[in-house]
Structure formats: structure tokens, C-alpha cells
Design a protein around this ligand. Sequence first.
Ligand code: SF4
Ligand SMILES: [Zn+2]
Length: 389
Amino acid sequence: MSNEVENKIKSLRNSTPLKNFDNNKLAEIEINKFFYEGEIIDRIMVVLRANGCEHYKKTGGCSMCSHFNGTPIHKVTDKNYIAQWNSVLDGTAIEKENFKFNLNDYPVLCLYNLGSLFNQNEISLKAIQYIFKSLNNYPNVKKVIVESRAEYVTEESIKNIKDVYSSLVEVGIGVESTNKTVRELCHHKGIEDIQIIKNSVKLLHKYGFKALAYINFKPIFLTEKEAVDDAIKTAIDCFNMGFDAVSIEPTSLQDYSLANYLYEMGQYRVPWLWSIEVIVKGIYEKINRQDVDIRIGGYFDEEVLSGSQGAGFAGRNEVFPHMTSSNCSACTKRYIDGIKKFNATYDIKSLTSIERCPHCYPLWQDIMKINDSRSIKKRIKDIFPDKES
Ligand code: SF4
Ligand SMILES: [Zn+2]
């Protein structure tokens, strides 16, 4: 990893104000539209108020991420996690008025902790077992999606769930890029050896779990075209590694992330939405099939039931991005609607049939031609000139 990048991320981290959240209260519950087994279904997303990503604590974390802003000052204990989870089961966590809530109404549950659910330093095996054991009382929940960095996907962490829960579990793993220079210098991912990721996929499959790859689209220091090519190549590599699905995650800007800092310096722009269809088409073409599971992260029709994330909640939100991937003001909304449709149908026409915008489509075409002959190391040095890279 680069010292400049890490030092800058750490200094931003140190300037992030700490907040004292209620450890017994979830960060968020929302429902969103999701494509599952050929149908559009309601998926429920539960975000635990949690102890935060260890990578962030040790190294400052990834360049595009500020999830740590949602971490409370005081440690979240097993008791807290259990209280949070019970508030989902009994519906007391729901803030939306007159909403009849029953977990059993949702075939897919996302259970997130803004970090790694398989890292015992973030959440104990005991707390996880409690949650999964209770899910046996909700037989209509057919699939649970969780997230973890690859290094915490171990026999122990998988068996801990498998011992008490037999329905489908999918584990989302942040791959970001299979190009080591991009992954380590641009994303600051801290996974130098791709074998760690490959092993995690094998282990998940050994126990009948599914593996989902998160691919960050357009990290800092890359041109738009380089980022598109990197996302396509990474997705293909992920399918070849055995991942069952990929989620393309266009960079969004959260306060105190390095991506946001570079944006404020005029050194970064969030990705263009026009690029998304190029990525999806590129994956289809290279893999020579269209039945692969590709999602575009962050773009689902959502309804927030409680908590502070989501549209309209920016004012009281600790991890809400203040800027997401965009075109121009005339066509961004139209394109986002197209992405939501794609995520609910997996029909590429939802993207390719969007009317080409006269205001920004030609500009994006020109931007895709921009070439930067400098190495990534040189680009970092040019932005942070006073120190060695
Ligand atoms: S992207 Fe994931 S691994 Fe990276 S800092 Fe954020 S939570 Fe941690
Ligand atoms: Zn436009």
C-alpha cells in the first residue's frame, strides 16, 4: 500500500467527529425491490449499529469508504446486538407509522454491520448464532445476505452459522479490483494476496454458501475509461474465481473519505452513469452469456422503515453519501430509474434504451477518450508531492 495514501486516510480519519449513538438501536431498516428467482420481491435490509470495520481502525480503511462514521464511541456488546435484533423481530424498531411489519414477509434479508459480520472483533460468534437461530422461526426468509472481508471467512465463522441455520446464506466480499496496483494503491484495500479472496470463495462453496463480489467502480486516481475496463476485467475474474454474483458499486462520496477529499481538491469526479451500461455489456460480451448475476449496488427502489440512511434522511445521517454517480442534471434521474429497473429485472434494455442526453452524452464520450500516460504511483506523487510514494 502507499504511505501517502494511508497517511492521508488516517489524518482524515482522525479529524472525523465521534458520535455517541444508542447501542441498543439499529442503524437502519429499509425495504427495497430486488430480483430474486426470476421475480421482483421485497428485500429487507437491516443495518446493525456495530463496532466498525477493523481495517478502518488499523489502517484508516478503504479510500472510498466512511462507514466508520456510524460507529459509536462505546463498544457494542452482545447484549446490545441482541437487543437490536429483538427490536426487528418484535417490530419495535419500525419507526414508520401504521406499518404492519413481519419479518416473515421478506424472502431476502440483508444483515449488515458496516464492516465484517465474520470478524469476531466486530461481532461475537455468540451474537451471530443468536440471530441466525431465531431466523428458523421465519421460514419465508429464504436467503440471508451478509458482508465480510475475505480474511474473516473461515471454517469457524461459516460453521458457526451452519450449525444453527440451514437456509441459503450469501456472503458479500469486497474484492474491489483484481488488479493489485488498483486494489492496493487506489482502493487501499489491504488484501495484497488475491489468494485470500479465492480461498474464501472455495470455503463458502464447501458449506453451500453463495459468494458475492463487491467491485468498486471508479476508485481515485483512475480515468473513467481505465475504471470501466478495470470493473469489466474484475467482474470476469470474479466469475472465473467462482463468485456466484457480482455487485458493481459506483463510488459515492461520504464525508471524511479520501475520495471525497480528492473531489474537494478538484482531483476526482464520481463515475458517469453512462459508463454503467458499458460495464454490464462488456461483462456479457467477454463472458459470452447474459444469465450471470450482476447487480448495480446502491440503486434499489427503497422504503426506509427506521434509521438514518436513505433518501430524505441526509440531515441526520452519519454514512449517507452526499454525492452519488451521476450524469448531468437533465438526465441523472432518468438513468437512475433505468438502473433500478435493471436491478429488478436484469434486463440490459432498461439501460441501453435510455434516451441519449444531448447535454452530457457527447461530453461523456469525450471523457472516455482521455488517456493518462502516468503510472498510478506517479499520479499519487503528483497529488501528494512532498512525500515518497
Ligand atoms: S469498504 Fe469495507 S473493508 Fe473497506 S473500510 Fe469500508 S467497511 Fe472496511
Ligand atoms: Zn445529461
